[in-house]
Design a protein around this ligand. Structure first.
Ligand SMILES: C[S@@+](CC[C@H](N)C(=O)[O-])C[C@H]1O[C@@H](n2cnc3c(N)ncnc32)[C@H](O)[C@@H]1O
Length: 390
């Protein structure tokens, strides 16, 4: 925008009455800010009622810029009694809420909102510590299949790889060991999961995985950086999967591939007691949809990738079963599901003790099927990838 400011853009969206400041704002003198301040004032003047100043991706601002911006906001607010400004920050930029709150304390018509403190309905469940054992056992079970499949979807050693919504980082660790990427970024919005991931990496003496706190729907990573971008079991739990896919597409290099995995929980199965198991997993799908999560997304992967602009789409499905390895691993995974789905989510939805008892029974029957000497238990997954056009 201005040579003295570095990389910076300002976008004004009149429909949403939003001014977005993106990049670094580091002027040497207030004169360098003149054009930007003119645009901010112009944008605010065009808004009625409430205007939003989006600083979610403002990665840097110096005192000169902050003072000059503060003066414009205060002056507009003090001249218009019926007007207010909401500054929208993100927890990813840790200083920004504190800084803008200083301004809000001086000017009653300015408020600060941290948009990702509660930004998707399932957040409290999946960012909680109780989800860690689920992710651990799931990755242990799926890796056996995925390590064979990943090269078919385009993963090569020496590639630049990003694992977005990495959870506790087990998948990134396995990729690091098996495929020796030249760069490996693993990003998630759960601070607890990332702490866990960093601790495991340190214990195992693994260096080179760039664990990053971030919002996958608004990443600070640049465009066209990675040959291979993965996002596993996560589009299905975020309520705006299209936003995540747009970001996965943006950070992928032209010619690179984005690889996603998703489930269809109502297709989990087992013998014996197939009916009780079937009933419970139909209810799992309903329970997740109550919290705006779509754990039936697997077969929709082709459509999502197509709509996001990918080409050469490949879709395959596989069934994780009790026969893949130690049946106890399968049973442990189901037990971890039961604890969170029946023990926390159904309770939060307000389900009756009678419903929860029946709901739990299906998980127990699934565990029994997995451990039965003649039993069979399965969990189906859809893995899909698409190429970003040149
Ligand atoms: C079901 S877990 C899957 C984790 C990991 N990919 C795996 O397969 O084990 C979903 C993960 O997505 C993360 N997540 C969801 N929405 C996110 C967002 N907008 N930005 C960053 N992480 C997000 C959650 O914190 C959680 O760790």
């Amino acid at each position: 925008m201005n040579a003295n400011l570095g990389k910076f853009t300002l976008q004004f969206d009149p429909t949403n009455q939003e001014i977005a400041l993106v990049g670094k704002l580091r002027p040497r003198s207030p004169i360098d800010m003149r054009e930007i301040l003119g645009q901010v004032r112009h944008g605010l003047d065009a808004c009625k009622g409430v205007a939003y100043l989006n600083v979610k991706r403002l990665t840097n601002i110096n005192q000169t810029a902050f003072h000059a911006l503060g003066e414009v906001l205060s002056s507009v607010c003090s001249h218009r009694a019926d007007f207010s400004v909401v500054v929208v920050t993100s927890s990813v930029i840790s200083w920004s809420a504190t800084l803008f709150r200083e301004l809000a304390e001086r000017e009653p018509n300015i408020t600060v909102q941290v948009y990702d403190s509660a930004f998707y309905p399932g957040q409290t469940f999946v960012e909680d510590e109780s989800f860690i054992p689920i992710l651990r056992t799931q990755t242990k079970m799926t890796w056996r299949h995925e390590r064979q499949m990943l090269p078919r979807h385009g993963l090569r050693s020496g590639a630049f790889v990003a694992d977005i919504c990495c959870g506790i980082g087990d998948f990134a660790t396995l990729i690091h060991k098996e495929f020796s990427p030249a760069r490996l970024v693993a990003l998630d919005h759960s601070k607890r999961s990332l702490e866990y991931a960093r601790r495991v990496a340190a214990e195992f003496g693994l260096s080179g995985i760039e664990y990053t706190y971030g919002d996958a729907s608004q990443m600070l990573l640049g465009d066209n950086l990675f040959d291979f971008v993965t996002c596993r079991h996560s589009l299905q739990i975020f309520d705006r999967p299209d936003l995540l896919l747009r970001e996965l597409h943006r950070i992928c290099k032209p010619g690179g591939r984005v690889y996603i995995t998703n489930e269809k929980n109502s297709h989990c199965l087992g013998e014996p007691h197939s009916q009780s198991i079937q009933w419970t997993y139909n209810e799992v799908a309903r329970l997740f949809s109550h919290f705006d999560m779509d754990v039936e997304m697997g077969p929709k992967s082709r459509r999502f990738l197509t709509d996001a602009g990918f080409e050469q789409i490949q879709v395959e499905s596989f069934m994780v079963t009790n026969l893949d390895g130690d049946p106890q691993d399968f049973a442990d995974m189901i037990e971890a599901w039961e604890n969170v789905y029946a023990g926390e989510m159904a309770v939060r939805r307000g389900d009756t003790p009678e419903f929860i008892r029946k709901f739990r029974q299906g998980f127990r029957d699934h565990i029994a099927a997995a451990l039965h000497p003649k039993g069979y238990a399965g969990w189906p997954i859809w893995a899909a990838s698409g190429r970003k056009p040149f």
